[in-house]
Design a protein around this ligand. Structure first.
Ligand code: DWN
Ligand code: ZN
Length: 406
């Protein structure tokens, strides 16, 4: 089998999650009896360029339809992270009225709005029409397009080169990752900076974050893989920062036209070599560890149900869909899911079909236990829903090991 990124033969599969529905394909009530397509979901490691990627291809129009339900602005933690990123860049790069910041996958303008507030010109690029409409309504100029080297060439020919390019949580999603990175190189002004954020494959493996694997996420990233990827397109990987609390562990890579590696980057590259992240052995035992988690969680919930307890879930997240479907948590075990995104409310989870209700349902219906599917925001969620816990409700955090929090 060929690697999606370097094209070499010999990628090594290490986890098969079976056939699952698309994670963000939330089901309308009138479609509950209809046919729901399922797609194989298998992950592999490339020993040549060290990227981890899934093997299946689902067309982009199917993965990201007009009514794609993910909006970035429903987490206070993410908004605070974005704000501090923006203001950090404004200061460190001395950005002002003559600068241009371009964000790829700018969603609803959750990040760029901070630059707009500071008077720094921006351009958002995102293929999701509802998100782009909301961004434009907020005063964040945004284009509804997929980014790649063609769009980069067009912008460059109009003289719109970027001082800063930000690509957060998008490099997992683009089928033509090479074209995407080449586009960033083309769009970056001399002396400019690219920052790329993505969950760290090391955290995925070490903390059993298997549910972050779904068809939208084609790639799972490391510093080692980015070093090769950047070099292939004439960019330099200069620096890395780590955010352990974001999406289960996120790295932010800094790239530019100029050579030079920070001590932090050197440290991460050394560390990845030491733990063997660049070798198949690191991934080989993952499937067994994921199966063990599945069995533990299923048994825990089955035992609670046998005692007559009512169980709900928090977060109609894409990762929640992988969790429910892979573990086999139907409505007999988990009755309903709550989410604060109104675009998701009134719909049903893919495959397992729990109804998605407003978060107030937790206090109104008082399930005995609530499984936190959006475990990446568990602290924020538990703080927000303190009334539920005070009334006797208990939380279940599914990973790294299923845990009941009193
Ligand atoms: O890459 C991707 C990541 C970054 O975001 C996408 N392909 C899709 C998405 O993945 P996800 O759906 O697993 O992301 P989240 O952000 O972990 O989803 C959290 C869900 O929980 C959202 O539906 C919002 C919801 N939520 C809520 O209802 N109340 C979240 C918080 C923090 C809350 O307080
Ligand atoms: Zn490869």
């Amino acid at each position: 089998m060929q690697c999606r990124v370097c094209g070499e033969d010999g990628v090594l599969p290490f986890l098969d999650l079976g056939k699952t529905p698309l994670s963000d394909a939330l089901v309308k009530p009138e479609k509950l009896d209809g046919h729901e397509p399922r797609y194989a979901l298998e992950v592999a490691f490339c020993p040549s360029c060290h990227i981890v990627h899934i093997l299946e291809d689902v067309a982009q129009e199917v993965l990201f339809p007009e009514d794609y339900p993910y909006f970035s602005s429903y987490s206070d933690h993410l908004l605070a992270h974005a704000r501090s990123h923006a203001f950090g860049l404004i200061e460190s790069r001395n950005l002002g009225a003559g600068s241009l910041v371009v964000e790829l996958a700018s969603n609803d303008g959750y990040l760029l709005q901070n630059f707009v507030e500071a008077g720094v010109p921006v351009l958002g690029i995102d293929p999701a029409p509802n998100q782009v409409r909301i961004a434009n309504e907020k005063g964040v100029p945004s284009l509804c397009e997929f980014f790649g080297h063609e769009l980069a060439a067009r912008l460059a020919s109009e003289g719109r080169l970027a001082d800063v390019i930000i690509a957060n949580n998008v490099c997992a999603h683009v089928p033509d990752l090479n074209g995407f990175v080449a586009g960033m190189k083309q769009l970056l002004r001399p002396g400019g900076l690219i920052t790329v954020e993505n969950p760290y494959v090391r955290d995925l493996i070490d903390h059993r974050e298997f549910d972050t694997i779904y068809h939208e996420h084609l790639y799972y990233h490391s510093c080692t893989a980015w070093l090769t990827l950047a070099e292939r397109h004439g960019l330099h990987l200069n620096h890395v920062e780590y955010f352990p609390q974001l999406h289960g562990g996120t790295l932010r890579w800094h790239l530019s036209h100029d050579a030079g590696q920070s001590p932090e980057l050197e440290h991460y590259l050394r560390e990845e070599a030491n733990i063997g992240l660049n070798r198949f052995d690191y991934y080989a035992g993952f499937a067994r560890r994921v199966e063990a988690l599945r069995d533990q969680l299923l048994t825990l919930l089955q035992d609670l149900r046998a005692e007559g307890k009512v169980i709900a879930a928090y977060g109609a997240a894409a990762k929640g869909s992988t969790m429910l479907n892979y573990v086999g948590l139907g409505t007999d075990l988990v009755e309903f899911v709550v989410d604060r995104n109104p675009y998701k409310q009134g719909l049903h989870m893919p495959g397992t079909h729990q109804p998605i209700l407003p978060v107030e349902a937790l206090v109104e219906r008082r399930p005995d236990y609530t499984l936190i599917l959006a475990w990446n925001f568990k602290d924020e969620i538990m703080r927000q829903q303190a009334v539920y816990a005070e009334a006797g409700g208990r939380w279940i955090v599914p990973l790294p090991s299923p845990e009941v929090i009193a």
